[in-house]
Design a protein around this ligand. Structure first.
Ligand code: IMP
Length: 173
């Protein structure tokens, strides 16, 4: 049997995401931004975050894949690219979780070649115990321990993305 233990409840997530949106709106006041949610994991977070951003923003999704099941394959693939150029634009990447950091390291390098005016990162979660090297997270929701989490967009083998909270999978035989 599989049980999900709640790690961060829905109310706590809502309050934090609202504060992150307010901070982004303040930091970019008077400017336009391009929000780049990284699919699939960030779709729920991004949908909530943009509703708390009150500056003009375009939203363009980017599909990346680096994980199979619970472990990173170490190889990052773009499964779906941006639909417009970002040259001269202020870009905010929206990610579900920075784990090893390999995915974001790849994405920062990739986006830099497209000559944006700036690139910042908003990540809902960070697992510092597993992160290799330094990934600058400009807007961070929560720091968590080294546990595999699901819900609020995050999956385990494509399941559990629809949970309104973040939880830890516990398997009992
Ligand atoms: P990284 O490249 O190791 O930082 O991994 C980034 C991606 O791995 C995230 O965008 C997630 O899709 C996935 N991932 C890492 N840790 C977890 C987890 O605890 N639960 C679900 N997905 C995870």
């Amino acid at each position: 049997m599989t049980t999900i233990d709640t790690l961060i409840d829905a109310e706590t997530i809502t309050a934090r995401v609202k504060a992150m949106g307010a901070q982004i709106s303040e930091d970019y006041a008077g400017q336009e931004v391009v929000i780049v949610p990284v699919l699939k994991g960030s779709f729920v977070f991004a949908a909530d975050l943009v509703r708390h951003i009150d500056i003009p923003c375009r939203i363009d999704f980017l599909g990346l894949r680096s994980y199979e099941g619970e472990s990173s394959t170490g190889v990052v693939q773009i499964t779906s690219d941006l639909t417009r150029a970002i040259e001269g634009e202020h870009v905010i990447i929206v990610e579900d979780i920075v784990d090893t950091g390999l995915t974001m390291e790849y994405l920062f390098e990739n986006l830099a070649t497209r000559k944006p005016a700036s690139v910042k990162l908003a990540s809902l979660l960070h697992k510092p115990a597993r992160t290799k090297g330094h990934i600058p997270i400009d807007y961070l929701g929560f720091t968590i321990d080294d546990v595999f989490v699901v819900g609020y967009g995050l999956d385990f083998d494509q399941l559990y993305r629809n949970l309104p909270y973040i939880g830890v999978v516990r398997s009992e035989d």
